[in-house]
Design a protein around this ligand. Structure first.
Ligand code: SF4
Ligand code: SF4
Length: 326
């Protein structure tokens, strides 16, 4: 896809606001000629938001990734072996006992990091609304590696599975799934926050007013803020300070495998916040908690589950447990 980077006027804004470009002392025009750094970009979009010409580093990086794959670059030999093993054909998927047209799809990270909250939502949806739960990965991590064939296979598998089970709509928890599915799934999707009746049955309204602190928006929601606007119904934004100085939690674009120190530097930025940091992306919560444990997923707060995030091997165990659940 075209990126118009040749039109760059060398204003330096993208370099100023991106730790990755700053590290290599390059702007987006120069990045376009550096395929060796294809997988080092976080696909966060901060460069496009500051560029006067709307040049998009995300697309530049994806183009470089496509070029590298075409030239025979082997991801499994370059740090991505485990990710491919888990996500190419998601090993922790579970479609047992599905019997509803509307299904709950919590994604892969939320159930791994917040198993009790996942169980609570899943049971409430089943018992009060007759909504089944399915566990799978949307396919975004593989798509971001720019593995076209594998990306298509995942989309086809998901679309066929939902068709076979008669699922016509998914209720989502994860912002990554939400934006990724808009272009890669045949059926309708919605965020849980859009379902007023369901939210009313789940949340503790008294707790919503207690949300006071800082908030960090996940990269895919930073442009349109669609999900953040959905949350307006449940939180008082005047009590919340938005963290704008940090470009990404460090998980974006699978770049942390190439840029270990830079990822740590991004995470360290969150140490400066004394107030509680609220998130609505489990992946962000998992990354930020490595440097600042005073983080909470907004949904856990709204539901009053007070669940502490599970990380490391515990999170893998949680994924595995949900995959065998009946
Ligand atoms: S997408 Fe993010 S990491 Fe990549 S060049 Fe732009 S600002 Fe930097
Ligand atoms: S912000 Fe845009 S115009 Fe400015 S240096 Fe970067 S790519 Fe060029």
């Amino acid at each position: 896809m075209k990126t118009n980077h040749e039109k760059c006027i060398d204003c330096g804004k993208c370099t100023k606001y991106c730790l990755f470009l700053k590290k290599y002392n390059i702007n987006l025009k120069e990045y376009a000629n550096l395929p060796k750094l294809a997988y080092n970009c976080y696909l966060c979009g901060e460069c496009k938001r500051v560029c006067p010409l709307d040049i998009d580093g995300r697309q530049l990086s994806l183009n470089l990734r496509a070029k590298k794959i075409k030239e025979g670059y082997k991801l499994h030999r370059n740090g991505y072996g485990l990710l491919l093993l888990e996500k190419k054909n998601y090993i922790f998927k579970n479609y047992k006992n599905v019997n509803s047209k509307l299904a709950f799809f919590p994604g892969c990270n939320f159930p791994a990091y917040y198993p009790d909250t996942t169980k609570m939502i899943s049971e409430k949806l089943k018992n009060s609304f007759g909504i089944s739960t399915v566990f799978d990965c949307c396919g975004k991590p593989i798509a971001e590696l720019n593995l076209e064939k594998e990306k298509r296979e995942i989309s086809n598998r998901l679309n066929n599975k939902f068709k076979e089970l008669g699922i016509e709509e998914l209720i989502l928890l994860c912002p990554n799934c939400y934006y990724y599915f808009q272009y890669n799934l045949d059926i309708k999707t919605s965020m849980i926050y859009e379902h007023e009746e369901i939210m009313d049955s789940l949340i503790d309204k008294g707790n919503a007013s207690k949300i006071d602190g800082a908030i960090f928006l996940p990269c895919p929601d930073k442009d349109s803020r669609t999900i953040y606007k959905m949350l307006e119904k449940y939180i008082d934004k005047s009590n919340i300070q938005e963290i704008k100085e940090i470009q990404c939690c460090g998980a974006g674009g699978c770049a942390s495998i190439k840029e270990k120190q830079l990822t740590k530097d991004m995470q360290e930025g969150f140490k400066n916040y004394d107030k509680k940091i609220y998130l609505y992306c489990a992946t962000c919560a998992g990354m930020i908690t490595k440097s600042n444990t005073n983080v909470e997923h907004i949904l856990c707060k709204l539901l009053n589950t007070n669940e502490k995030i599970s990380t490391g091997i515990k999170s893998v165990k949680n994924r595995a447990l949900f995959s065998i659940k009946r």
